[in-house]
Ligand binder design. Sequence first.
Ligand SMILES: [Zn+2]
Length: 415
Amino acid sequence: MKDLPKICILSMSMILVALNGCTQPKSLSERTSEIHDRVLTVDTHIDWPMKQFLNPDFNPSVRHAPGQGDSGQWDLIRMEEGGLDAVFMSIFTPQKKRTDQGHTKSKEVALKQIELTKKMVADNPNIAAIALTPKDAYRLEKAGKHAIFIGMENGYPIAKDIRNVKLFFDLGVRYITLTHSKNNELGDSSTDKQPEWGGLSPLGEEVVEEMNRLGMIVDISHVHDETFWDVIKLTKAPVIASHSSARTLRDVPRNISDEMLKAIKQNGGVVQVCLLDDFIKEMKQTPEREAALEELKEETSAWLRGELSKVELEKFKEKYRQIDEKYPKNRPTLADAIDHIDHLVQVMGIEHVGIGSDFDGGGGLVGIDDVSEMPNITRELLTRGYTEDEIRQLWGGNLMRVFNEVIQVAAELQN
Ligand SMILES: [Zn+2]
């Protein structure tokens, strides 16, 4: 009993310290970095493997100053700076002719990109590791390493052979974006001149079933609306859109209508907002820029058709770069992209929304131009009143829930 006053004095001083703490609320920057560090952050779409394929001299272990020359938007050092825990590296094959030769070549290009991705990881064993499951991502996050998942953008390398699905799965591919910008053997694309199959092709149906069976995520970004509805009817597992935004805010075929968003909610899936300027907001450009782009129109169409040779492509890119330098493009901002997150949350609920930047594949906005700037997303979400739990869901919790369900469905189908 004699010691009681001392304890009281001690408690009083602790209360004072606590009260003092309360009078100094944490700044937005402090809260941003604490929450950003605590949650698992996942970007479901970065096109670095194609960049590495085209430019083998790019060293992913070295920091590249953002926005300079061929610095790209991702390297391991900037991934660390941006506090990005996990990424799906997209194995992207530009679609050429749908001949045996075209298909064989595309498979080679895909296999090479998988090899480059694995080499990048093998060269950096202390920083990164290949991940195949959500469990891997959480384990690696705890170990302070970056989880590198592999996704495949465009089912073109599947060609006409269903066995290729398992071949790529066994190599570590965990999602396939069924089409890219053109129709392929699996189904119709949202941006080809006209539909060819009226949605999924018969082989496309088999591929979706095979992906369900294997535990591979079906990615509906880029597909035609009819293909989307066919997938939704057929799939036994939740789907993702690895990089797509809201059509209500920006009416382009690559974005997703509210009706489709509601169907994805029903399916249990997730839509990962894409940070590509043209999918976020239409911006008025200067007449000078418009005129300069008009002059480049023919080359641009040839590029979109994938018809430029390597030398022509380099020339085209240089001309484009000069136009960008002389007449900078008016671009949407990060806040405009968060408007898409707000809309998706409103239509689908917070459990069905995430982030897929499309860096090194066209992504990038004012305020979020490379992977080092990822905390800006967390800051904007905090500013808009999202709680830590909601931010955890948006940044990766939802995606990992879907991924786990896909694995669960596969286990049931294989039993
Ligand atoms: Zn894409």
